[in-house]
Design a protein around this ligand. Structure first.
Ligand SMILES: [Zn+2]
Length: 853
């Protein structure tokens, strides 16, 4: 007990320097009850008490494996691997008798989410499922450190309450949602840990270097990825979620050090309208359990503010659209071992303890509310189907089967157990035809109706104007594929295959070319054209690109098609033919046997310039948005296979830029700016600069780009009540919405696109004027551009007819500027090619068709 007093009331007792020396014992964290002595306490495995050091991922895994080995209440599975190959763990914790019938429990649970079967299920003997997850942000480490104590408690506690709890509940405990981030953070913070530490917030211990441990390997925020599932960490846990249909999913985070403790419900006006009101009522009922335990322990906390339940990509919101209750916990972060805060000294053990308390209160709530939660889960899917039958939208058609984004959307829907059918007969809606064998149908009338709406909906009106995260994510728009919502009146049941499940056809039905040809053509369209182009260039193959459409023997080719002549290649004709017949991606290759074309320029024309292999340098470091930089790295590395040299802006002055021909400047404030002169020199020498988002402001101020911005500042005038301040400020922020852009399909930046309109993502109120040069705005937002999401009424007109992409020129170089983010969170497949085209074809834009600086 002495320790407890020391840690809770530090200022009363001792000078702070002693706190890092205090060894918080087990009874600081856990109630004094009987524990099974054969179960090792965390300290006996770690060699230190929880909270003395930050646990690293290897140690965390080691301890969990040890518990699995000794406890008949626990079975451990590795459900996936992080990018860096770390195991993702799920501990299934329940009564040994339940362990013997896990498959039966799972089966029953899959029946209760199926309205066709749920009426028959007897809920009386069905355990609740409680999915507990920790530290999805790696530098919010109190969660993962607490998970060892929670797992120990569940394995070792010998009380009638815990035994009853384990009979009533199956617990899925994931000690770390983000292994790579936790490892990065723990290495940093432990490496700055002193025995006599200073709690001064300025210290290195509390200020880890860029990109920080919040993110995964490619600097993605995994707590935005639950819905869009673009990272391996999410894929595994979404599969677990869909396998178990948990009643509750907890998500343990940390927030600003001067705060206290938060648990949901959050802001009532910011709950996604697809989430039933009963979800929030149950969240509030569970909250009473947290409130009681935290109050008993004299912990300050708050609810109903700051955090919301709108975007379904967050761990605490994804469950809410599937009959489950997602619960967000936020503990004020000590970051290091002890930090000075407005609330006095905040120690790491104290923050770990609060996460333990919130875990124990959740366990108790789920155990006691078992029947109510299972009934809610069952009724959620029953009412979903009732609502679906009343919906005027009968379902959604989308294409296409052949290209990667269509297939990726299909696989995403499958991951969420959404029913999809093949289109068996050509379907035409609003003048758009979806051909049989190449399109899919997603019916509204299915148990996952609400999630289907969350994925295909285009919401533009909102109860609140403040969003914690993006306000729109309509996935078929983001994936850039052809799709349409179909009303009952337009729907024809003949279109749809009678067979359940989906079959994929061959992508293009590519056939081999038998004889060496004069030249080979790869069509312009296709998500993976840049991948193939990068490979061919890397092998030294000379690839040219058609700047104009052409025709050969009746076959038409769009501008942007790649042409590989047999002449002047590093391979002989036979080897080149072999190479063209074996592209790594299934794309059709056409053989051309006459240099004289039947339309457009001839093959030897200067309208087929040579494409240069990109040598890319991307700036990173303070002042640059790690997520934006990570999205680019991830795209180039994992999807296009293009090497990128990442250089911290601090070292930029040391770099010999002659080695590079493309410089990428990701979104950011650039408050630790690189030398503008060096960038000017690079461009003058003929380099291509690709600039995105916030850096455009810096480029203009540094006099590097001829850009004009539309004034986005909307300031309320006259006298306003002080209480309106937060709302006025929040309403002006645009957290991320979808706008329609019009493409100039003849421009090299738009090569490969076939439809003139394209949804694009804007995550900032940066509105760019179109260029004075009439040819230098290849993508422009349309007159009524808002497709989905929130934007302030006064700002909406500023987007209309503003530039989405501009091409500037400095000396012999080109500067391609993106107002928005074409690579947002890896699920914006639809705009990735604009970005890739900027890299490959930016330097081919005529010097007369750019906005000169
Ligand atoms: Zn967090």
């Amino acid at each position: 007990m002495k320790h407890r007093h020391l840690l809770l009331f530090p200022l009363l007792c001792l000078p702070f320097v002693l706190f890092s020396q205090v060894r918080p014992a087990l009874d600081y964290y856990l109630p004094k009850i009987n524990f099974n002595p054969t179960i090792p306490i965390p300290a006996s495995y770690l060699g230190y008490e929880v909270g003395e050091w930050h646990v690293n991922h290897d140690q965390l895994v080691g301890y969990m494996r040890e518990l699995d080995r000794v406890s008949d209440r626990i079975s451990l599975q590795v459900y996936g691997r992080s990018h860096e190959g770390r195991p993702m763990l799920c501990l299934t914790i329940t009564d040994p008798a339940n362990h013997a019938r896990l498959e039966e429990i799972k089966n029953t649970r899959s029946q209760i989410v199926d309205p066709a079967q749920s009426g028959k299920v007897d809920l009386k003997n069905l355990p609740a499922v409680n999915y507990m997850g920790y530290s999805i942000h790696g530098n919010e480490a109190s969660g993962s450190n607490a998970s060892m104590l929670v797992a120990y408690y569940l394995a070792a506690a010998q009380t009638p309450e815990v035994e009853q709890l384990l009979k009533n509940t199956v617990i899925l405990l994931d000690p770390c949602f983000n292994p790579d981030g936790l490892q990065r953070f723990s290495s940093w913070v432990n490496s700055r840990h002193s025995l006599h530490g200073s709690p001064d917030p300025m210290g290195d211990e509390f200020n880890e270097p860029w990109p920080r441990g919040r993110y995964n390997h490619y600097w993605f925020d995994l707590n935005r990825d639950w819905l869009v599932v673009q990272q391996p960490e999410s894929a595994g846990r979404v599969a677990l979620f869909q396998e178990w249909h948990p009643n509750v999913l907890t998500d343990h985070h940390e927030m600003g050090s001067n705060s206290t403790f938060f648990f949901q419900p959050g802001v009532p006006t910011r709950v996604n309208p697809l989430t039933p009101a009963h979800n929030q009522e149950l969240t509030a009922k569970i909250a009473e359990f947290h409130a009681r335990l935290l109050s008993e322990n004299r912990v300050q906390f708050f609810t109903g503010e700051n955090f919301d339940d709108f975007y379904y990509g967050k761990g605490s919101t994804y469950p809410d659209v599937q009959g489950s209750i997602g619960i967000l916990f936020e503990q004020a972060s000590s970051r290091g071992s002890v930090q000075e805060t407005d609330n006095g000294l905040l120690t790491f053990p104290y923050s770990v303890k609060n996460q333990v308390l919130a875990s124990l209160s959740t366990l108790k709530a789920v155990g006691e509310m078992r029947l109510e939660l299972n009934e809610y889960l069952r009724d959620f899917y029953k009412t979903a189907l009732d609502e679906a039958r009343k919906d005027e939208v009968k379902g959604y058609l989308f294409a296409d089967n052949r290209d990667l984004p269509g297939r990726e959307l299909l696989s995403l829907l499958m991951r969420h157990r959404i029913e999809v059918r093949n289109v068996a007969e050509n379907a035409t809606v609003n003048g758009q035809t979806f051909s049989s064998g190449n399109a899919f149908w997603v019916p509204s009338e299915q148990p996952q109706y609400r999630l289907v709406k969350a994925i295909f909906g285009r919401q533009t009106t909102f109860q609140d104007s403040i969003f914690y995260d993006i306000s729109a994510w309509t996935l078929p728009d983001a994936f850039g594929i052809k799709w349409v919502s179909v009303s009952a009146k337009e729907f024809n049941p003949q279109w749809i295959s009678k067979q359940t499940g989906v079959g994929l056809t061959s992508r293009y039905g590519v056939s081999r070319i038998a004889q060496p040809a004069y030249a080979y053509v790869i069509g312009a369209a296709g998500y993976e054209v840049p991948k193939v182009l990068a490979q061919l260039l890397e092998e030294g193959i000379r690839v040219k690109v058609a700047m104009k459409p052409f025709e050969s023997d009746g076959q038409k080719f769009a501008a942007g098609s790649l042409v590989i002549s047999s002449e002047k290649q590093p391979f002989d004709e036979a080897a080149l033919l072999e190479r063209m017949n074996n592209l790594s991606v299934e794309l059709p290759v056409f053989a051309i046997n006459n240099g004289l074309t039947t339309g457009g320029p001839d093959i030897g024309s200067s309208n087929f310039p040579v494409v240069h292999s990109p040598k890319i340098l991307m700036l990173t470091g303070e002042g640059i948005n790690p997520e934006a930089a990570g999205e680019i790295w991830h795209l180039l590395d994992t999807r296009y296979g293009i090497p990128v040299t990442m250089v911290n802006a601090e070292r930029f002055s040391e770099v010999n830029l002659l080695k590079y021909n493309v410089l990428i400047l990701p979104d950011g404030s650039y408050n630790k700016a690189p030398s503008p002169e060096k960038i000017r020199e690079f461009a003058n020498g003929g380099g291509t600069v690709v600039a995105l988002g916030g850096v455009l402001r810096w480029l203009k101020n540094a006099n590097l780009a001829a850009l004009e911005f539309r004034n986005a500042a909307y300031d309320p005038t006259g006298r306003r009540p002080y209480e309106m301040y937060d709302e006025d400020r929040g309403a002006k922020r645009m957290a991320g919405a979808i706008f329609e852009a019009e493409l100039d399909l003849s421009h090299p930046i738009c090569f490969g696109y076939e439809r003139p309109s394209l949804p694009m993502f804007l995550g900032d109120t940066l509105f760019v004027e179109t260029t004075k040069n009439p040819y230098a705005t290849p993508a422009i937002f349309s007159k009524e551009p808002l497709l989905a999401g929130y934007i302030h009424l006064k700002q909406k007109p500023l987007v209309a007819n503003s530039a989405a992409v501009t091409v500037g020129g400095i000396g012999r170089g080109r500067m391609i500027c993106f107002a928005g983010n074409p690579n947002f969170r890896a699920f914006w497949y639809g705009t990735n090619r604009l970005f890739a085209n900027a890299i490959f074809f930016g330097n081919l834009v005529s010097g007369e068709a750019v906005e000169k600086k």
